[in-house]
Design a protein around this ligand. Structure first.
Ligand code: PMP
Length: 430
């Protein structure tokens, strides 16, 4: 595989950006070689600067549930861009996207658009604190909620790859407002609530933790968490930046039928452009400025071009049978890989929910932390290299999940599964 153009661009990029990238997980730190510089995407395929073609299972880390360059999304962006890219005033498009979401979501009455998942979480936390008048936040080990200062404590995502559990630059006093608990441990939760409930504003969780492997939770744990939050008068905050519009239109809340008090969204909501959002029942949302005292704002919030992309994408997601079809194709792909691994006796299993999957070098479902499992994550490096050679692109970290879009047709998935199995053979018999 030719990589010279990507290598040259990476050398230049190092002069401009720390580590040569504008987001750490792109840096290929846990795999070999320079990051691939992409230049084009169409449907399920992407092309890098050296003209290598890949079937893309990263899908921009989740936003592209319709694949690259989807005709409806493309048309909607171009049509609205012709009217101007930003006004800093309200536009009709915000109402359309707001209605599209709220009319189908029984968990929230009002929503506020912002520009990233991190911003959505950060603003939702401020709202939880402003509404409750309490200070502390409970988070779970291995859950990642963006680079919010007080939540960069035992997070997942790039931090796991780098082997760090916290970030420099976060004052102890900020981190001190965060209580970290293990996932799926009701005794620890009860103990924590008994001691600190008087000052806990909310419990934040990725209801489908997908930043430290895919740590699928027992529904019983999530149900008990909901009940205990109610009992102790603590808000439950579902961070649905990955799971929102991914496992069901109204995300994990709909999938498990568990009602959180506050929800954050990102990724899919913006159709591939930068959008985040947070929402809650009217009684909580009325605390947000200018209606209430919790300040939150954004120059480009509700940007019309980004709204246009979101409207087009979510209109497709809202169609009858969308999620069933996504799940069916994903299961076919995952089952094919698992059958091959089993037949060959490899210590490898792909775990999945909806159209998300995770490659685990173990056959045990990890429900607390990905690094608790027995498998050897260094095998990921070999598999990743073999996959690239076969024309399959996944996120360059073994702790990240993969995504399947509507553009991943049965034909594309059949072909990709065949290549994937060949890559597995290469990696496991090295
Ligand atoms: N929360 C979760 C659950 C996420 O997965 C992410 C990003 N992967 C974020 C928050 C932060 O979103 P963003 O990268 O858009 O700031």
């Amino acid at each position: 595989m030719k990589r010279s153009k990507s290598e040259g661009l990476f050398e230049s990029a190092k002069k401009y950006f720390p580590g040569g990238v504008n987001s750490p997980v792109r840096a290929f730190k846990s795999v070999e070689g320079a990051p691939l510089f992409m230049k084009k995407g169409d449907g399920a395929k992407i092309w890098d600067e050296d003209d290598n073609e890949f079937t893309d299972f990263c899908c921009s880390w989740g936003p592209l549930i319709l694949g690259h360059n989807h005709p409806q999304v493309y048309k909607s962006i171009v049509a609205n861009l012709q009217n101007g890219s930003s006004f800093g005033t309200p536009t009709r498009l915000e109402n359309i996207l707001g209605d599209l979401i709220l009319s189908r979501n029984k968990f929230i009455d009002k929503i506020r658009f912002c520009s990233s998942g991190t911003e959505a979480v950060m603003s939702g936390l401020r709202l939880a604190r402003g509404y409750s008048g309490k200070n502390k936040v409970v988070k779970f080990e291995g859950c990642y909620h963006g680079h919010v200062d007080s939540l960069l404590v035992k997070a997942g995502s790039g931090l796991v790859t780098f082997g760090e559990s916290t970030s420099a630059g976060v004052p102890e006093s900020f981190a001190g407002e965060t209580l970290v608990l293990p996932l799926n441990d009701l005794d620890a939760l009860k103990q924590c609530f008994e001691e600190y409930a008087h000052d806990i504003a909310c419990v934040i969780i990725e209801p489908i933790p997908a930043n430290n492997g895919l740590l699928l939770q027992d529904k019983a744990f999530l149900t008990a968490l909901r009940e205990m939050c109610t009992e102790y008068n603590i808000l439950l905050f579902f961070d649905e930046v990955i799971s929102g519009f991914r496992v069901a239109f109204s995300g994990a809340a709909e999938y498990y039928d568990i009602a959180p008090d506050i929800i954050s969204y990102g990724k899919i909501i913006g159709g591939g452009l930068p959008v985040g959002a947070y929402g809650a029942k009217a009684e909580i949302m009325k605390c947000v400025s200018p209606e209430g005292p919790v300040y939150q704002a954004g120059t480009l919030s509700g940007n019309p071009v980004a709204m246009a992309a979101g409207i087009a994408q979510l209109s497709e997601c809202a169609k009858e049978g969308f999620y069933e079809d996504q799940e069916k194709r994903t299961k076919f792909f995952v089952n094919t890989l698992n059958a091959h691994a089993k037949q060959k006796g490899y210590l490898f299993e792909v775990f999945t929910i909806g159209s998300v999957f995770w490659l685990a070098f173990s056959d045990k479902l990890a429900i607390r932390r990905a690094d608790e499992i027995d498998g050897d994550m260094t095998s990921f490096k070999d598999l990743f290299a073999a996959l690239l050679e076969e024309g399959i692109y996944i996120g360059p970290s073994g702790y990240e999940v993969g995504f399947i879009s509507t553009a991943h047709t049965m034909e594309i998935l059949t072909d990709a599964a065949e290549k994937f199995c060949r890559a597995m053979d290469k990696a496991f018999t090295k």
